[in-house]
Design a protein around this ligand. Structure first.
Ligand code: MG
Length: 255
């Protein structure tokens, strides 16, 4: 069952969402060649603590860090650690925060220094796929309208859309109903209603969308080791339109 959120619940999720947005913007500025991904996790932990938010990922099914950092062939769920970021890398940052028991979840992908036009196009296509998916997240549409819009953008650009991981409802838990695939025929699944809050998150690969999990039990990498990008927003569907909760400056001020 898809739980509908009240306006006051959505406001709490917006507080969490602004913190996530501010965190991701801060981390994106920190990324530079020579740094280890662990340094980003340390910065994230401090950022969240200073704002009274809990990291949603830390301890989730035993996940050992506050954020996910996925570099190049890593698609999602990379554990920050000893990997050194290098010029030309593609770095996906995924973070969640909890405020008063309510969750927000978002991701961005940044490139490091000079990258090839193909990599820039990969990242830009993924960002655009998220945007087009979000445009479909409105009352009266059906869930798979989001899925289909994402797939059209990604495959239309010649990239792969990952099937093994999907977006999700979010609220009092990080993962709620419904799962939101990034592929499929349009006009299927539940009708979208005001009060639904969804984490929409295309994961896009340069070549084959097949993924495998590394021995750490978490890190999802492309089987062909081609590079990947990931963008995500938490959005609330309201009668007034689509409300992106994971934006703002992270300091509680509106945009
Ligand atoms: Mg998510």
């Amino acid at each position: 069952m898809i739980e509908l959120k009240s306006a006051s619940e959505i406001e709490l999720m917006r507080q969490a969402g602004r913190i996530v947005a501010g965190l991701l913007a801060t981390l994106a500025q920190l990324v530079r060649p020579g740094m280890k991904t662990k340094a980003l996790d340390d910065a994230a932990r401090t950022y969240l603590r200073e704002r009274g938010a809990q990291p949603a990922f830390l301890g989730y099914r035993g996940f050992p860090a506050s954020i996910c950092v996925s570099v190049n062939e890593e698609v999602v769920h990379g554990i920050p650690g000893g990997r050194t970021i290098r010029e030309g890398d593609v770095v996906s940052l995924d973070a969640g925060a909890v405020i008063s028991g309510y969750y927000a979840d978002a991701a961005v992908t940044v490139t490091v220094g000079a990258v090839s036009p193909a990599v820039r196009r990969l990242v830009e296509t993924t960002r655009q796929a998220l945007e087009m998916g979000i445009r479909q997240a409105r009352t009266g549409h059906r869930l798979s309208d989001i899925s289909h819009a994402v797939q059209e953008v990604v495959e239309g650009a010649g990239f792969g859309i990952v099937r093994d991981f999907v977006g999700h409802g979010i609220g009092r838990a990080m993962h709620e109903e419904p799962p939101i695939p990034n592929f499929g025929a349009p006009h299927m699944g539940p009708r979208l209603k005001a009060g639904m809050v969804l984490a929409i998150e295309p994961m896009v690969t340069e070549r084959s969308p097949e993924v495998e999990i590394l021995e750490d039990g978490w890190t999802a990498v492309t089987k062909d080791r081609s590079r990947a990008a990931h963008f995500e927003h938490t959005v609330a569907i309201t009668d007034a339109g689509t409300d992106i909760l994971t934006q703002g400056d992270g300091e509680g001020k509106p945009d």
